[in-house]
Ligand binder design. Structure first.
Ligand SMILES: Nc1ncnc2c1ncn2[C@@H]1O[C@H](COP(=O)(O)OP(=O)(O)O)[C@@H](O)[C@H]1O
Ligand SMILES: [Mg+2]
Length: 381
């Protein structure tokens, strides 16, 4: 999809912002560039849509050298989201979302329809369409900024610290929404941040940069379990590192009695079940006895307090929060951290729940090993 071949940028004042950057990004991949301020993240992004021209090296988009594509056409193949949203104050939200479509000469009715469609995709109320940017909160404006980048259906979305200026809560919400949005529209995303939690949460693959160079590329799990050097470990933070506890497998540490709940049980019944078992999550089992996701105490409490009669199957979430019995224990630890859970179900290849790995059981097992200090710290965090 996107290929960087030894791309470098030296600014006229002599600053070497990016040095021989090589990377291949797959279609549909969510790649996060991370590194300290000034390491060349924004420059890399800007070279991609030719807001900045590389000094040397080549960037390929779908097999085409981007220098051979006229700049206007090239930019339409990208969506671009920055921290300073840059909504136009005198245009309505609908007109802001469809701004690029207007430049492309699309008729008004088409633009309106597209704006409505995108708003629905982001689960936002259609009544914001006729409002003006200043009438929206910072978080809402940033959501509109993301939708605007999607409006013309670009191949790749470039995002430069898009949530950097938001408060932590809004920021987490937007991260969740972006991840969900990306799953449904299946766009390729190149996302810049200096926040490791954000990177670990969003990325399929993380590219760690330092002084204009790539230091390490890997999945969040690879980075946490195998940081390339002390710079990467420090950047990840010692509390988050997962040291592999030897060759221990999930089946060696799992417990048999997983706390499960059938999908058609009502929320209040499940809540009662949770209290009896003294757990804060339940594994939901569907009608074919397969693992269908996890429901949390707080989620059950919310619907019970609201007086809603909802079966737990409707609340089941986090379908990826499970491990195979033959997986390395670090896979279970990683999922605990990523999904903020105290217990990870162990499922076989039929997706039947065959056991559970719990934080306390792990702490018990790993506590006996010398090398596990960092792992335990991560679990206790
Ligand atoms: N237009 C510019 N002219 C000169 N130097 C620049 C320019 N833009 C960025 N730089 C320098 O290039 C380096 C990388 O900057 P940047 O790509 O913005 O890093 P990051 O986004 O990782 O913070 C920094 O040293 C920065 O000061
Ligand atoms: Mg930057």
């Amino acid at each position: 999809m996107l290929l960087y071949d030894q791309v470098s940028k030296r600014y006229p004042d002599g600053t070497e912002a990016v040095k021989s950057f090589s990377l291949e990004v797959q279609r549909g991949e969510f790649v996060v560039l991370i590194g300290p301020s000034g390491c060349g993240k924004s420059t890399t992004l800007r070279m991609t849509n030719r807001l900045v021209e590389p000094t040397s090296g080549t960037i390929w988009l779908d097999g085409q050298d981007i220098r051979t594509v006229p700049a206007v056409e090239l930019r339409r193949r990208f969506g671009y989201v920055i921290q300073q949203v840059g909504l136009l104050p005198h245009l309505t939200i609908a007109d802001n979302i469809a701004f690029v479509l207007r430049l492309m000469g699309k008729p008004k009715a088409v633009r309106r329809q597209r704006a409505e469609e995108l708003l629905a995709l982001a689960r936002m109320d259609a009544d914001v369409l006729d409002r003006y940017p200043r009438e929206l909160s910072g978080g809402q404006q940033q959501r509109i900024g993301v939708l605007r980048a999607l409006a013309h259906d670009p191949d790749v979305i470039l995002m430069d610290e898009p949530f950097g200026a938001l408060d932590p809560l809004t920021r987490e919400q937007l991260q969740d929404e972006l991840k969900r949005l990306q799953r449904s529209v299946q766009k390729t995303i190149l996302f810049v941040t200096h926040d490791m939690d954000e990177a670990l949460k969003l990325a399929d693959r993380i590219v760690v940069m330092k002084d204009g160079c790539i230091v390490q590329t890997g999945t969040p799990e690879q980075l946490l379990t195998n940081p390339a050097d002390s710079f990467v470990s420090r950047f990840i933070g010692p509390g988050r590192l997962i040291r592999s506890p030897g060759k221990l497998r999930v089946r060696d540490v799992m417990l048999a009695e997983a706390a499960t709940v059938p999908w058609d049980e009502h929320a209040w019944q499940a809540l009662d079940r949770m209290r009896r078992r003294r757990v804060n999550s339940l594994m939901v089992i569907d009608h074919a006895q397969r693992f269908a996701g996890i429901v949390l105490l707080s989620e059950l409490q919310a619907v019970v307090q609201a007086g809603e009669a909802v079966p737990v199957g409707k609340l089941a979430n986090r379908r990826e929060a499970c491990v195979d019995p033959d997986a390395d224990v670090s896979a279970a630890i990683w999922r605990m951290l990523r999904f903020h859970l105290d217990a990870i179900p162990v499922v076989d290849d039929q997706r039947s729940v065959v056991g559970v790995v719990t934080r306390s059981a792990l702490a018990g097992v790993l506590g006996g090993q010398n090398r596990s200090g960092a792992t335990l710290k991560a679990l206790q965090a």
